[in-house]
Every structure is written in C-alpha cells, then in structure tokens.
Design a binder for this molecule. Structure first.
Ligand code: SF4
Length: 253
C-alpha cells in the first residue's frame, strides 16, 4: 500500500500520464499492440529496423503520424500538434524543408524567432551561415539537402527544450529520418548532437568523428549560431564538412 507522500507522488504521476495520453489522443495518436496492424506498409517495416527499441518504435505502427508513407503525410498527421507545452507559444510548427530524397540531412535544435515566424528552419542569421556552408562550402543547393530540428516548436526565450518536450517531439524527427533515409546526418550543436547520440559527452569531443544514428552515419559539428559568436571555430566546422564531402563522394570506401 502507498502511504502519505508516496500516494501523492503516485497520484501526481497518474494525473501526468493521463494528461499526456489525452494530449496524444487529441493529436490522433493512439497506442496499440505491435504486430496487430493490417496492411503494414514497407515503410512501417523499415521503421521497425530503424527505430527498434525507441519510443519511436513504440509509436511507429500505432498512430496516424507513424504510419505516414511520405513527409507530406507525416506533416498532415502532426496537424496542430499539442503533444507538449511548447504548442502554447508557437506561431508555426517548423516541420522541415528540403529534398525528401536527400542524401544529406542537417538536424538542429529547434526553431528560433525567425523560424517560428516563417515556419521554416534555419532562416535567421544562423540559417544564412548554414546556407553558406551548403552552397559556398559544399557546392550544393539548399534544396538538395533536408533541414530539420529535434523540436518543431520554438521554446520560450529560446531556452533549451526540456526532457518531456524532447520525448514528445523527437519521434517526429525519427520518422522524418526514416522516410528520407539520408546517407549522412550532420548534427548541429550540443543539444542536437547529445540528443541524437544519447550522450553527455561535450560536443568539442564528439565533433569531427563519425558516429551512428540507427545505422546512419552521423557527423557532429558546431551549431551555426555558435559560430556567429565564435568565428574562429569556423575552421573546425570546415574540417568536419570536408569529411562529410569525402564520405558523400565515396572517397572513404
Ligand atoms: S514541440 Fe513537437 S510535440 Fe511539442 S507541440 Fe510542437 S510539434 Fe508537438
């Protein structure tokens, strides 16, 4: 039997879980047992490989969003998402932009003010720097790659996303990655890198080395906003980007 503060703690957890499930239900996300879905698509089968053992795996065959066969379907399924408290302060959900078949995907933290207003990731000053890296540095077009964030709605005052917000939103990113199937992910900045790699290791130690995100090669590097404050580190990012270019050209085969 629970007594005193134990009982209050359990009651608070139950209420929190109930509110979480109610938000998911309002967003059209229902959890069902795995393996019971009829008409399981090949995309869903791929999810099971890519997302095995994650929360995304739990939802990959259990909701409208995670049955999506295209980015457009996924965006439509996310709709006016209210799965976490960030929905209250956003102007737009910033889903992602670029080539749905991109070989290269950039993943940042979350929308800032400009991105929230325009509904597109990396459109402010930091976004211009990322665009320069892609176009002037890599010789590609911004439309050739895909750009998204871990979190789709702007946190107030650009604070770091909180664990419950990441837990609610990261499955959407996982589904995006599974639909795009990029050859390489470049993770931008400490938050995206540590979230995707589930690591507390400082980005200064992770950057410049290849890692794996569910079997996809992942290169951590500094966030363009950091580079605006620390331009001397642009040369380190360029070293990382050169490794990405070599990998894309098959020079490391
Ligand atoms: S941050 Fe993600 S989970 Fe939270 S409301 Fe926005 S889209 Fe939904």
């Amino acid at each position: 039997m629970f007594q005193g503060s134990d009982a209050e703690e359990v009651a608070a957890m139950v209420n929190s879980l109930r509110r979480h499930l109610q938000r998911r239900e309002r967003a059209g996300i229902r959890v069902t047992a795995r393996g019971n879905m009829k008409g399981t698509s090949s995309a869903t089968t791929r999810d099971e490989n890519l997302l095995s053992g994650t929360e995304g795996d739990l939802f990959s065959d259990a909701s409208t969003a995670f049955q999506s066969g295209s980015l457009a379907e996924l965006r439509a399924a996310i709709g006016d998402c209210q799965l976490c408290k960030l929905c209250a302060g956003r102007t737009h959900i910033v889903f992602g932009v670029g080539n749905p078949q991109a070989k290269l995907m950039f993943v940042g933290e979350g929308p800032g003010r400009d991105e929230d207003l325009q509904g597109e990731p990396f459109v402010g000053r930091a976004g211009q720097l990322l665009t320069d890296i892609i176009t002037k540095g890599m010789g590609m077009k911004r439309e050739d790659v895909y750009i998204a964030n871990v979190i789709k709605c702007r946190p107030p005052e650009n604070r770091n996303p909180e664990p419950d917000e990441v837990a609610a939103c990261e499955p959407f990113l996982k589904k995006q990655i599974d639909l795009i199937r990029p050859q390489i992910i470049v993770a931008l900045g400490k938050f995206a890198v540590q979230t995707l790699l589930q690591s507390k290791v400082p980005i200064s130690k992770l950057r410049g080395n290849w890692h794996s995100y569910h079997g996809i090669k992942l290169m951590p590097t500094f966030h363009p906003a950091y580079l605006l404050r620390n331009p001397a580190d642009k040369k380190l990012v360029w070293e990382d980007i050169k490794k990405v270019l070599s990998e894309m050209r098959g020079e490391n085969a």
